[in-house]
Design a protein around this ligand. Structure first.
Ligand SMILES: Nc1ncnc2c1ncn2[C@@H]1O[C@H](COP(=O)(O)OP(=O)(O)O)[C@@H](O)[C@H]1O
Ligand SMILES: [Mg+2]
Length: 235
């Protein structure tokens, strides 16, 4: 969608936020649809913490988490985007923020979360970058401190979106999927491997995760209105 599709003038860099820069484009509309689907995916319990993951790297998790976060913020919701990909973090690039302190610092150094959360130039949107890459990401994410942190954030914000590493590579996302309200599984259409997707889904089910939906991301599809869509929901 970025640059390749001449119909859209969006070509100035892969990490730019299309929902911020081109809110009226059909792609931005797709991100808003994902937001709406998350909002209404659960009738009984309010969804406050949502994790984005995929089977393999490069599926578009970070792109989707960041754009859906902007879509939430634009709808007036107090939104927090957390970069819990403590292996290949990108949120600080997307929002051109520093990353000396972030999630890893809060967990390891007992630093107050409020000192680490950063405002962005988008109203209602705050971010917590990854912080320096630790040697033991899974251990940090499985800690009591992480789950307490998420509980606190769920009270402080209307919605908390969490970017994570791929499921089949490391246990991080699986561990986190147990303590969030819902999970969005992102899959890249080109590299779509049914087996991998099923393995990823099985890992989430094993963790008793609440899979809200699977989003297909097609980087090269010409008709941009179809670039993101829900593949299926869990219910
Ligand atoms: N729909 C899309 N169209 C074009 N490029 C995309 C799309 N989704 C993601 N990308 C690009 O593909 C790369 C990988 O996406 P990213 O969101 O970082 O994936 P992940 O976080 O799953 O590894 C990035 O350079 C991103 O800008
Ligand atoms: Mg990523």
């Amino acid at each position: 969608m970025f640059g390749k599709n001449k119909k859209h003038t969006y070509s100035s860099g892969p990490r730019e936020l299309i929902v911020e820069k081109q809110p009226k484009s059909p792609i931005s509309e797709q991100f808003r649809t994902i937001r709406t689907n998350i909002m209404y995916s659960s009738v009984d319990t309010e969804i406050k913490t949502v994790l984005f993951t995929s089977a393999s790297p490069g599926a578009g998790k970070s792109t989707m988490a960041a754009n859906v976060a902007v879509a939430y913020a634009q709808s007036g919701k107090r939104t927090l985007l957390i970069d819990a990909d403590l292996r290949r973090p990108t949120t600080h690039y997307t929002f051109e923020a520093t990353n000396q302190r972030g999630l890893s610092t809060v967990i390891i150094n007992d630093m107050p979360a409020a000192d680490v959360v950063k405002e962005t130039n988008i109203e209602n949107l705050e971010i917590m970058t990854s912080g320096p890459i630790p040697p033991n990401p899974s251990e940090l994410l499985a800690s009591r401190k992480t789950s307490l942190l998420l509980k606190t954030f769920a009270m402080d914000y209307d919605i908390v979106l969490i970017d994570t590493p791929p499921l089949l590579a490391v246990t991080d996302a699986q561990v986190l999927s147990k303590i969030v309200d819902g999970v969005i599984l992102v899959t890249n259409v080109e590299a779509n491997n049914r087996g991998h997707l099923q393995d990823a889904k099985a890992l989430l089910e094993k963790a008793d995760a609440n899979i809200l939906g699977v989003v297909m991301n097609n980087k090269n599809m010409g008709r941009s209105k179809d670039e993101y869509y829900y593949y299926y929901g869990s219910e």
